[in-house]
Design a protein around this ligand. Structure first.
Ligand code: PLP
Length: 361
């Protein structure tokens, strides 16, 4: 058995062990080809099969209606920050955003290159510690944009904002895609860098409702148009084949475990275990996120001093609990407990945090 730790890194992040083991087993000889997935043509029938299986798994697990296109793109979620306004702009119509953290801020900055951007709600006033409630987007806008989970601050949307019927709702779901069952038809565009909740770095899942594909201005370069990739099932040019392959294995694992409803149950249990430790610590651990906005995926908290936080991170690492340091812009500590993090891993962390408190208060 390989030496494995519990990995709480925010991304790239832990992957399901059975998926890694399967990749290891078929690494040198994929499906009897005598070649690694890394070596086979993206036009081969073996690759074509796994490529489409990965797309079908996304459809099945998200319960996607037929009029949505699934794409595997490159450039990370950060590239979608400009591809969204580029592909969805409507001359004369503003784009509306909610600013709930560092990633939303970056998305807003990029949209401004394309036209008038309105930030209709923001939680910047309180250190991005919450998700604004009762958000309603305006009529007559090009699109509405939210970041469904705020990786750095540990907050998550637990409701879908009100959006007029003819306005597409766009969501950056990089750090919480598939973490819980959602009403998928409320979203017109969803995107997610794979390296948090889906698979490895190097591929971005982009899902777009078909009717939006022809909005793109005519002078847009081919590779920047979603329609180019949607119409060719992401095989217009060479896709990141190995990353898609690992996503497929990870998605298969989710399916075997009972799909998103089963994941949601475990995710809620995992998050509750850690938030309970924080809430029953008499202030030794101070959660960053407001209770109504707490993330199921990134649990952020602080201790009394930076020295104590550093000590906690270091002692955790000695126990095989890795990656607990908070993001540099927020400080403190963060446990990223994405879909692939096991209940056992979270229980081990909770035990450690309780012991650490006993020894250090
Ligand atoms: C990590 C992250 C990004 C950036 O993803 P890249 O793939 O590195 O570009 C964007 N949005 C959210 C919510 C993230 O967590």
């Amino acid at each position: 058995m390989a030496h494995r730790v519990y990995n709480f890194y925010p991304g790239p992040a832990t992957l399901p062990l059975p998926a890694l083991e399967k990749a290891q087993k078929e690494f040198l000889d994929y499906a009897g080809t005598g070649m690694s997935v890394l070596e086979i043509s993206h036009r081969s029938k073996e690759y074509d099969k796994l490529h489409h299986e990965a797309m079908d798994l996304v459809r099945e697990l998200l319960n996607l209606p037929d009029d949505y296109k699934v794409m595997w793109l490159q450039g990370g979620a950060s590239t979608q920050f400009y591809q969204v306004p580029l592909n969805l702009q409507v001359p004369g119509k503003p784009m509306e955003y909610v600013n709930t953290g560092g990633w939303s801020t970056k998305a807003i900055k990029e949209a401004k290159y394309f036209g008038d951007v309105r930030v209709i709600a923001s939680s910047e006033d309180e250190g991005f510690s919450y998700v604004p409630q009762n958000v309603e987007f305006s009529d007559d806008i090009a699109y509405a944009h939210i970041t469904t989970n705020n990786t750095l601050y540990g907050t998550e949307w637990h409701y879908i904002p009100k959006v007029p019927d003819d306005v597409p709702l766009v969501a950056d779901m990089s750090s919480n895609i598939m973490d819980k069952v959602i009403d998928i038809k409320k979203f017109a565009v969803m995107y997610a860098g794979a390296q948090k909740n889906l698979g490895p770095a190097g591929v971005t899942l982009v899902i777009v409702r078909e009717d939006l594909l022809d909005r793109v201005p005519e002078n847009t370069p081919t590779m920047q148009r979603w329609s180019t990739h949607a119409n060719k099932d992401s095989l217009f040019n060479t896709p990141p084949t190995f990353a898609i392959y690992i996503c497929k294995l990870a998605l298969e694992y989710i399916k075997e475990r009972g799909g998103v409803p089963a994941l949601e149950k475990v995710n809620r249990e995992k998050a509750k275990i850690l938030y309970d430790v924080i809430d029953s610590s008499d202030g030794f651990y101070k959660g960053h996120a407001r209770h109504d906005s707490r993330s199921l995926m990134n649990v952020t908290f602080r201790l009394a001093s930076e020295e104590l936080e550093l000590k906690c991170v270091e002692e955790g690492a000695k126990r095989g609990l890795i990656g607990l340091k908070g993001h540099r812009s927020v400080g403190g500590m963060r446990a990223s407990i994405y879909n692939a993090m096991t209940l056992e891993g979270v229980k081990a962390l909770a035990e450690f945090l309780k012991e650490f408190q006993e020894q250090n208060q």
